[in-house]
Design a protein around this ligand. Sequence first.
Ligand SMILES: NC(=O)c1ccc[n+]([C@@H]2O[C@H](COP(=O)([O-])OP(=O)(O)OC[C@H]3O[C@@H](n4cnc5c(N)ncnc54)[C@H](O)[C@@H]3O)[C@@H](O)[C@H]2O)c1
Length: 358
Amino acid sequence: MVKDLKNSFAGKKIFVTGHTGFKGVWLMEFLEYLGAETFGYSLMANSQPNHYSMIGKKYRETIGDICDLENLTTAISSFDPDAIIHLAAQSLVRKSYQDPIETYQSNVMGSLMILKASHAAKNLRSILMITTDKVYENLEIEHSYHENDRLGGYDMYSSSKACCEILVGSYRRSFYPILDFGNKHQVLIATARAGNVIGGGDWNQDRLIPDLILSAVTERSVSIRNPLAIRPWQHVLDCIQGYILLTRKMLESDTSISGAWNFSPAKEGNLNVIEIAEHCKSVWPKIQYHIEKQQGAPHEAGILMLDSSKAVSLLGWQAKYQAEEAVKQTVEWYKNYYQQNTVITAKQIEEYLNQNAV
Ligand SMILES: NC(=O)c1ccc[n+]([C@@H]2O[C@H](COP(=O)([O-])OP(=O)(O)OC[C@H]3O[C@@H](n4cnc5c(N)ncnc54)[C@H](O)[C@@H]3O)[C@@H](O)[C@H]2O)c1
């Protein structure tokens, strides 16, 4: 598996947006481990502390806004990537209630800017647009959403990502039509829908694991909202493995990849918030939490599950870490950081990739 991936990615030029964010740092490190040449484009990391600075590497990058089309086009044309992986977004549901305009600007117009600027790359073959599990019209029932299920999005974050899905379909039909592939153009576009990704190095506000970690560090109990909400918890490396497999197939000009892809754990990974909090506590007993009934809190989904059978059967993708292991890897990452002052990102990537084939 690792050897195959290294063969596919060695020397490939991959342009990553949102490389200063939680998933972005893991993706850059993963790609570099495989021997790819990377270029990051993003706003500066704004959490304190942040994973991007602690990696302590000078990436080839532009710090800028994806809505700045001129700057973005210059970065893309000068790097001339083989593939683009677009992660940059306003990624928080709660923030989308406070700032719906910024959310739509970054997530919808920003995505359009990426697609428009992609024409500046001469050798481009693959564009992967990252959306979310929240793009579906959530009926709040025991149903695992399939890629063909209806799009929706209750809150402004979710709907901005559903808009991005519609935008990608429309852009593909208008400017990179599959019928003209290999003739008038060589670019395939896919979208990836994953959710509730956990892993070390996330200091975003209002996310469960970072909040729980903070309770251990500050020795203060944190309040937990929506204790019974069920989500498809997934380790960041499983999610990134999905992005890598999709990109590889697009680089190989496999036209069947063009479209949408779900990535989520098997049904056993669909745990509620309390179950995840308890798994965290078993790895780091200093974690403390209490449940607070919040009056008038913004709506968040009660149940959300995805069906990833398409990725399993057509990409050979499979989550390597079930929920318990995903939590263990995550909490261990933070324990190493806070107790040993060590960043174990590279070690976790190496262990992940060198485990038995998925
Ligand atoms: N973390 C999750 O659980 C999760 C779940 C589903 C989907 N996603 C999606 O995955 C992607 C990455 O998520 P994350 O958790 O790493 O988010 P994050 O908030 O940690 O990182 C977002 C990145 O985007 C950059 N960014 C934001 N607005 C920008 C703009 N206008 N111009 C340039 N850069 C901008 C930020 O600087 C940062 O590097 C996002 O598209 C997010 O919506 C994340």
